[in-house]
Design a protein around this ligand. Structure first.
Ligand code: ADE
Length: 315
């Protein structure tokens, strides 16, 4: 059932050698249509490899998941969530594209858009931190992508610099939707409380997790906004706002909202971050206010320029 619906159909003209008659054949794209290359990344239950289409030479990133392992680890549900989410977010700016899915006896395959310029974490590591202009450039793309995503009823729940890839044009592309939540309501103004049960009470990464998840075990759209605030802080400071030697101590800092701006942290970004990293989600600023914040005063979110402008000098 999993592969059938998502399998790509390719219609090919096949010429009969004896009669010369041309007939249309429906072929399914499969593993044999790609040449697999270097490893691009390793997840907890998946591996991402570079894949090249033999027919077109086009490059993809193929995420490979071992079926037996998924079943044993009870992760099948998350793979389906990832697939359904990526399908719902098709043609959304700032979200990695899913082109095909298929399977063989051992594995499931996601043929994803290949983002050849690494991720935001490696960009920050390379430069130590990024300057204000560059922070604004990526922050604008990330918040716009979150806006699209939330308006389509998707909460990411594990937003972090590693999950923000840089595409061919150095534009941001969110990825890794295995922990996403799909909501029926797609109205962004209507905040839906997404109650979690004990069995799945923790999703996310310690440094970017919101206090409400730790205190009350619920998350809604605003957990992605919290993570966005942490990422903006990190771009400037070179390290996330809540960081300790272990997860437990990190959680304690998050719950107390205990963080300090580094010396020289630009005033306008301080104000933005201060208005996001607020414990009570009801007092935290939302996406429309973030877009209207003075930090984005010279950014036009309505004319597509956020996605068209060339990236500024990094560093
Ligand atoms: N690593 C994980 N996913 C990737 C992708 N889509 N492109 C490049 N590297 C990746």
């Amino acid at each position: 059932e999993w592969a059938e619906r998502g399998a790509a159909m390719i219609v090919k003209d096949v010429t009969d050698k004896e009669t010369g008659k041309v007939t249309k054949h429906v072929m399914k794209k499969g593993i044999n249509d790609f040449k697999f290359g270097e490893t691009l990344g390793d997840g907890s239950y998946s591996t991402v490899l570079l894949a090249t289409s033999i027919e077109s030479g086009k490059k993809y990133a193929v995420k490979i998941l071992n079926k037996e392992y998924l079943i044993k680890q009870k992760k099948v549900k998350y793979v389906n969530i990832e697939k359904n989410t990526l399908q719902r977010l098709k043609n959304t700016k700032g979200i990695i594209s899913l082109f095909f899915t298929f399977q063989d006896e051992t594995s499931l395959y996601f043929l994803l858009e290949y983002a050849p310029n690494g991720d935001l974490l490696s960009l920050m590591r390379k430069h130590g931190s990024v300057n204000e202009v560059c922070t604004k450039y990526y922050a604008a793309q990330i918040i716009d992508a979150l806006d699209f995503m939330h308006s389509k009823g998707v909460i990411h729940r594990d937003l972090k610099p590693e999950n923000i890839l840089l595409d061919t044009d150095m534009k941001a592309k969110l990825t890794d939707f295995g922990t996403a939540r799909l909501l029926e309501s797609t109205s962004p103004g209507d905040i839906k409380y997404d109650l979690l049960t004990r069995s799945n009470s923790f999703v996310g990464t310690a440094e970017y997790v919101s206090p409400e998840l730790l205190n009350d075990s619920y998350v809604d759209f605003r957990c992605d906004i919290w993570a966005f605030g942490c990422i903006v802080f990190q771009m400037i400071a070179g390290k996330p706002p809540f960081k300790a030697n272990n997860e437990y101590l990190t959680f304690q800092k998050v719950m107390k909202v205990q963080f300090a701006f580094t010396a020289g942290f630009p005033v306008r970004i301080r104000d933005l971050v201060k208005n996001i990293l607020i414990k009570d989600p009801d007092r935290r600023i939302l996406i429309p206010q973030i877009k209207a914040h003075q930090f984005f005063a010279d950014v036009n979110f309505n004319d597509g320029s956020v996605w068209e402008n060339d990236p500024p000098e990094l560093g």
